[in-house]
Design a protein around this ligand. Structure first.
Ligand code: 3NM
Length: 208
């Protein structure tokens, strides 16, 4: 897959009254290079409509587009890939459906990371690093210790997630992550583009 650094996941509850596509376009203009549509509340039809709009947006900017959970929607809009959790379809089954599209998997311990790597995942999520209110039923924070473990052992790309903010991202990078993923700190920002520009600079090693 095309490599990435700054990963934004949608979270419409964090920008009431603001249009989804507008917010995600600001994120892209600030340097986000991969976007995931994550919507646990809407109907399939509504998720499809959002996916179509985000596919169009990401295509315009050459940004990777991932759909969470809804494999059928991902295929229907020709997304670049899917993101699945530990309780979703097993990787081997998902692979049969999506062929060579990207498959990302959330992992919360090293055994899950190893299994994802052996199973042929294209990337893994590593988290939640810090406390987060953005995901229900989330496991306790795995801390930066888990990043260190993954960085020393796993060879496929990994992205750190969960409670990452401008003020703590340094800890994440120091532990060995080179890619970070966020919901609230990005889409909940007053100036989405400016926040993303700051992260981009930090990830490029030019942060203050
Ligand atoms: N997955 P925020 S943590 C969607 O650990 C998600 O797998 C996680 O949102 C995991 O940046 C998380 O607002 C929520 O904390 C991330």
């Amino acid at each position: 897959m095309k490599d990435f650094k700054l990963y934004a996941i949608t979270g419409e509850e964090f920008h009431p009254g603001r249009d989804l596509v507008e917010v995600m376009e600001e994120a892209i203009l600030g340097g986000v290079d991969i976007i995931q549509l994550r919507d646990k509340n809407s109907s399939k039809r509504e998720v499809l409509r959002k996916a179509q709009a985000l596919r169009e947006l990401t295509k315009k900017y050459g940004v990777t587009f991932i759909v969470n959970d809804h494999i059928d929607v991902a295929l229907a809009v020709d997304a670049d890939g899917i993101h699945i959790g530990q309780d979703d379809l097993p990787l081997s089954e998902a692979r049969k459906i999506v062929g060579n599209k990207i498959i990302g998997i959330s992992t919360h311990k090293i055994e899950e990371a190893r299994e994802a790597e052996v199973g042929g995942a294209d990337y893994i999520g590593v988290g939640p690093i810090f406390h987060t209110n953005s995901k229900v039923d989330v496991v306790d924070p795995v801390t930066t210790t888990y990043i260190k473990q993954v960085a020393s052992e796993i060879t496929i790309p990994f992205v750190a997630i969960g409670g990452i903010k401008l003020h703590n991202v340094d800890q994440v990078l120091q532990a060995g992550a080179t890619r970070v993923c966020m919901i609230s700190e990005i889409v909940g920002a007053e100036d989405v583009k400016a926040v993303c520009e700051k992260f981009t600079k930090i990830l490029d090693g030019k942060g203050e």
